[in-house]
Every structure is written in C-alpha cells, then in structure tokens.
Design a protein around this ligand. Structure first.
Ligand SMILES: [Zn+2]
Length: 500
C-alpha cells in the first residue's frame, strides 16, 4: 500500500511549508517533494489530500491515564489535587479494554496517535490482569501506547504526619482509614509483572507498545523504589515517568524532609537522566532548570489539569529558555473535558507567554514541536522514528480541514505562510481533524474510525455507567484541605518564600 499525501501547507519542524507532499510506502515516509514530482515518480500510489488541508505529524499525548472520560464526566468535581485524589476511589469502574478503546477513539479524532498511559487500577493486585486488557484496547483502536503501570509504597493518605491527620478525623471516618500506608501489591510482585509485560509487549521495531516504569510520584515513593525503577528502565533502555511537583505542598514536603528541592534530592540519589519524564512540574524551582537540562530530563506539560486542580501554572518559558525538553500531555483532564489536543496546545501557548515585555516569546512553532517531536521523544525515547515529517520516519500523520479553520471570509493567500502556526493554534480544534494515519494506515477518514463501531462503543460505555450511578460524596475532602492549610502555615519562616 503506497500513498502520496499533499496539502496547502505541510508542517515541518513546526513551520508551514508549501509544495511539500509526502510519499508513504507501507509504514514509513519514503520521500518528500512536490506533489507533481512524487506522482511522476510513484504513478501507482493513491493520491490523498489537496489544497483544502493542512498536513502535520500527528500529536503525542505525553502524559495521561486512559480513563475514557474526564473525572467531571464521571461525577468527581474539580478541586485541589490532594482533595480531588481523595475522591478518585469513587469513580465508576470502566473495564480497561473498553476504557482504552473509547480513550483511543477520542485521541485519534483529536489528531493524537500515541499516548503515555499511567494506569489507574481498580485494585492494585488486579493490575497484572488489567494492563494487558488496556494494551489490547489501544492495539485494536490503533493508538501507540507507552504503558507505565504505577507503583507507590508510602504516604498514600497524606504526605506527612499521617497519625496526626487520622487523629484529627471524626471517629466514624477514622474507622474507614486503612491501617497501613502502602498498597496491597508488593514491590517484588510489581516488578515481576513489569518483567512479564516487557517480555510480551515491548516493541522496539514497530513501536506500537512500549513498557515503561512509573514510581507514581516523588512523595508516594521511597528512594529505594525510585532507584529500583530507574535501574530497571536503564538496563532495558526504556523510560521512567513520574508525577512531580504538581502542587506547592509537594515542594514543601521535599524541603521539610530533605532540606533541599525535590529535583536536587532526585539528583543526589542518581534518579535524573534522559530516561526520565516528570509530569506537571508546576512548582519546580528556577535554580533547578539548568540541572534538568544538563541531565536530559523531560517535562510533560499538563496545563489544563494544572488549572483545573488549582495547582498553578508551570514555568514553561523558563524551562524552554534553559533547553529542557518539554512536551504536552492531556492528563485526561482538559479544560473542556474532551481530550481536544489542539485546544490544549492553544492553552499551553497562551499561558506560556507572560505579561512583562522583557520576557521572551514562546512561539506557536515551538508549541507545535512540543505537541509532536518533543512529546514523542520523551514518550518513546530518542531512537524511535516518530514525531516528524522526515524520510525514514514511521508515517503517523494528520490532515486538518484548512478550509474550515480558515473560514469562507479569508482571502486566498491569507494568512502568509510564516503566520500559519499562529493562525492554526488560535483557531483549530478537534472538529477540524479529518484524516489520521497511524503506521501508514488510515485509522480515521472524514472524522470516522475505519474499523471500530463508535456508536456501539458509546452504548457499551453508557450501559457500564448506568449500572454504577451512585454515591460520589467526599467524606475526607474538608479534612484534607484543612490539614494541608494548617501544615503549610505551621512551617518555619525559612520555607515561607516557597509558598505562593
Ligand atoms: Zn497524571
């Protein structure tokens, strides 16, 4: 199967180029030239696209959880991260295969063909059964997945002073708190599961599935666990992903525990390297940015989630100025609860630029790179041939409806090509995604999946949720909020400048 794809503009390294068509043979980009030259060279190829389209590398969702629906849609209100997390146990259970297929459908229809999936298990001990089902869902829908099952071994209820927190609760709530502060999956069993998954699924040829490791967050993982994960990944040349510095309380935790920043502590134990992606990073300290760049650590930027969970705004402009590789992730928590990747890029771009005229600009081209090549590099590693329109790359491509983005009012040669990235980021959304190719195969044509019965999947999801409509009340929420407030106020003065 061979295809020539052409468009009014083709996005190459975040820049819109005219007269740039792509020839795809089997799974790869084999030639890039004008459509006339390619059709002369490859007369038997199918020719797709035209002047009413924009051609781009597809997008990579550099951090997510594959929940199928946003948590508001699942009945959990947005709040502070720590409060919101305490309610997550109330979300209805969606079988992992169904969740992955529905999630994958939304991602593809948003132009996303690859995702870093941090699994939210129904039960920790059930994870070895859930993960293969989730992978099977992504495989069937046609989305590449970097699967990193989570593991934690401490501070599950609250970051610090667990006994004090429990003592502050009314006795009827105290009775509901688990005795231990860990989880019911041992670290050894977790790594046994990872080994089995790695042997079965990790694919460095086609890059359909990667198996990675996720000590889920700095405050939830002991140093031993973090370093065991790092060694596991390094010895297999795969990646590590962690939630990091999502809230100001996590930054305070590090300073109170080690007298230094979380990043310096991770460096002290040897955890930083180009195998590591840190998600969120809202509360990273300016002094640590050069260190992150030096170590090659990647950052997954989750702007919507950080706003919805009242975490704050990550200093993306500063990270980019320090040459940290930053990619974009949706975290299952976009502003409109709909996994719209173009909208997420728009928000990331808008919020990255600052009010002072002496701050640098974060350009639309840079954001496009963050959504394509940068996000892919951190999700599948430096060696995966993904995320660019370039000869030899795997053909993961998206055609956007340029006519609809532009509007009927727009003169033929407006906007000029150097302004196209700005124009796209300000106006395009997931409704403009027309055709999506994964590994040389069209998975979405004219906005519809080519193999999956979307209505049947939606009905199945509705049926699953109908059986589970119930109580999502938040019994711990007010106590958690009060505890963190009191704790941060009680910290010594030398930590006060860490609070914003
Ligand atoms: Zn997350």
């Amino acid at each position: 199967m061979s295809t020539i794809i052409h468009a009014r503009y083709t996005m190459i390294d975040g820049v819109a180029q005219k007269d740039t068509a792509v020839y795809v043979d089997e799974s790869k980009i084999v030639a890039i030239d004008s459509v006339d030259k390619l059709t002369a060279l490859y007369p038997n190829a199918e020719v797709v696209g035209g002047d009413t389209y924009i051609l781009s590398p597809s997008f990579t969702n550099a951090h997510d959880h594959g929940r199928a629906l946003g948590t508001t849609s699942l009945g959990i209100p947005d709040s502070f991260l720590e409060v919101w997390l305490s309610q997550l146990g109330n979300v209805p259970h969606i079988p992992p295969y169904l969740a992955a297929v529905y999630e994958g459908l939304q991602l593809l229809k948003s132009g996303v063909t690859a995702v870093a999936h941090s699994h939210n298990p129904k039960t920790w001990q059930g994870m070895p059964d859930e993960i293969p089902e989730s992978i099977r869902g992504y495989q069937d829908v046609g989305v590449r997945v970097a699967m990193h099952p989570p593991i934690i071994d401490q501070n599950t209820l609250i970051y610090i002073k667990r006994d004090q927190f429990i003592a502050s609760l009314p006795s009827e709530i105290q009775k509901t708190i688990p005795i231990t502060d860990g989880i019911d999956l041992t670290t050894d069993d977790y790594f046994d599961m990872l080994n089995a998954l790695y042997e079965t699924y990790h694919d460095t040829e086609q890059h359909r599935v990667h198996i990675q490791v996720s000590p889920a967050g700095g405050q939830w993982c002991s140093d031993n666990l973090i370093m065991r994960a790092v060694e596991w990944a390094k010895s297999r040349q795969t990646c590590v992903q962690m939630h990091m510095l999502e809230t100001q309380y996590q930054r305070l935790y590090a300073h109170e525990k080690w007298g230094t920043s979380f990043i310096r502590h991770l460096d002290n134990i040897g955890a930083l390297g180009d195998w590591l992606t840190l998600a969120h990073m809202v509360w990273v300290e300016d002094d640590d940015l050069d260190l992150l760049a030096e170590r090659g650590v990647h950052v997954a930027h989750n702007i919507s989630s950080n706003l919805r969970l009242r975490s704050g705004i990550a200093p993306i402009a500063q990270m980019l100025a320090s040459s940290v590789n930053v990619g974009i992730g949706l975290d299952g928590h976009t502003l409109s609860d709909n996994q719209d990747y173009l909208h997420e890029m728009r928000l990331a771009w808008t919020m990255a630029n600052q009010h002072s005229m002496d701050s640098g600009d974060v350009s639309a081209s840079t954001i496009w790179q963050m959504g394509t090549h940068n996000a892919t590099k951190m999700t599948f590693g430096h060696n995966a041939p993904l995320g660019k329109i370039q000869i030899g790359m795997l053909a993961d491509l998206v055609l956007l409806d340029w006519q609809a983005i532009k509007g009927a009012w727009s003169p033929d040669d407006f906007p000029p090509s150097e302004f196209i990235p700005d124009f796209l980021l300000r106006r395009a959304n997931h409704h403009h995604v027309r055709d999506v190719m994964v590994h040389g195969e069209w998975m979405i044509k004219a906005g519809k999946h080519q193999h999956i019965d979307e209505d049947a999947i939606a009905s199945e999801l509705k049926e699953t949720l109908t059986q589970q409509v119930g109580d999502t009340s938040a019994s711990l929420a007010p106590y958690i909020r009060k505890f963190y407030k009191d704790w941060s106020q009680s910290l010594p003065d030398n930590l006060s400048d860490l609070k914003r």
